[in-house]
Design a protein around this ligand. Structure first.
Ligand code: SAM
Length: 304
């Protein structure tokens, strides 16, 4: 039995070989799979459990028993106890973002560094929505294998774009039929921290060139990455994964200021208040000394 109680269902013929920066996608899937089992779940993501099960024993950092800490002051037992609750709050928050932008008329969506995100399958999209998922080829290949095994059917037009966000991903996106200049809802969930500040600036410049007037952008970012890295380090010792490859920091200024500098009108949201709005406790990462660091959720709209 895997941590979190998910049995391995290994239908792959070859070992799972991933770039170091991609393993975080399984952390997100595990958090969503665990949430899906709760009676009071904030969303339901049955495919997340399929991804975790398909990776079997090969998720390198999930070695400890994944149990939540019994009290706020108790150190977490495993990495999911440290970050799982934040992933759940973010997931619900960005689900609501897509409901809102679709209600405002958006029909073109791009999920940057989509990983094992299943919103194309689990959200109730209006007719005519085209959703592009961009991520590294290895992750999307694994994802497609599992989706095929599950005979999963998207609830919108879903277009997969295997591409590196440090390279010429806009051409790959356009080649797949992205409509340049059309109002677009972008999502970068767990994305900016995987890129350097320079790569993030370039990414946003490219998003700006592709976006139509009044496009939307939602993202999360913890700009004090230097604090988060020491917290994560113990979970990666002995796994062979380089945390430096996985966490590159992203923009060094708070993301709302970064977005405003690039021509977006941006609002920051406090993940602790968001958790309370969903009747959930303060996320473990934002207790005690880190309580004031909770402004990690952002929604923005193009000013032109
Ligand atoms: N957005 C997804 C979610 O919320 O579940 C995945 C987030 S996960 C924290 C980070 C994702 O970034 C991984 O799927 C990884 O493969 C992707 N990634 C990292 N570096 C990338 C790059 N240079 N180009 C494209 N994707 C990248």
């Amino acid at each position: 039995m895997r941590p979190g109680g998910f049995d391995a269902v290994d239908h792959r013929s070859a070992p799972l070989v991933m770039p170091d920066e991609s393993w975080t996608a399984w952390g997100n899937a595990l958090a969503r799979a665990t949430e899906t089992q709760r009676a009071d779940r904030l969303f339901s993501d049955p495919l997340a459990q399929c991804f975790v099960a398909a990776a079997g024993s090969e998720i390198p950092f999930l070695t400890a028993q994944e149990t939540p800490p019994p009290r706020e002051s108790t150190p977490p037992a495993g990495i999911m106890a440290l970050i799982g609750d934040v992933i759940v709050i973010k997931t619900r928050f960005f689900d609501e973002y897509f409901h809102r932008v679709c209600a405002a008329g958006c029909r073109q969506v791009v999920v940057l560094a989509a990983g094992l995100d299943t919103r194309a399958f689990r959200l109730d999209w209006p007719a005519g929505v085209r959703l592009f998922e961009v991520d590294l080829p290895e992750v999307l290949e694994f994802k497609e294998q599992v989706l095929i095994t599950q005979a999963a059917r998207p609830a919108c037009e879903r277009i997969v774009v295997p591409a590196d966000l440090r390279e010429n991903w806009p051409t790959a996106l356009r080649n797949e039929g992205f409509d340049v200049g059309h109002p677009t809802a972008w999502l970068a969930e767990g994305t900016l921290g995987c890129l350097t500040a320079v790569d993030c600036d370039r990414l946003l410049d490219e998003v700006n060139l592709l976006s139509g007037p009044s496009s939307w952008f939602a993202l999360d970012h913890t700009h004090d990455g230097s604090v988060a890295t020491p917290l994560l380090q113990p979970f990666f010792e002995g796994t062979g994964i380089s945390l430096d490859e996985m966490v590159k920091g992203g923009p060094t200024d708070p993301a709302d200021q970064w977005l405003i500098r690039h021509g977006w009108q941006s609002t920051a949201y406090d993940v602790v208040k968001q958790a309370a709005a969903y009747r959930r406790p303060t996320p473990v990462l934002f207790r005690g000394d880190r309580r004031e660091q909770g402004n990690i959720l952002f929604q923005a709209q193009r000013t032109t």
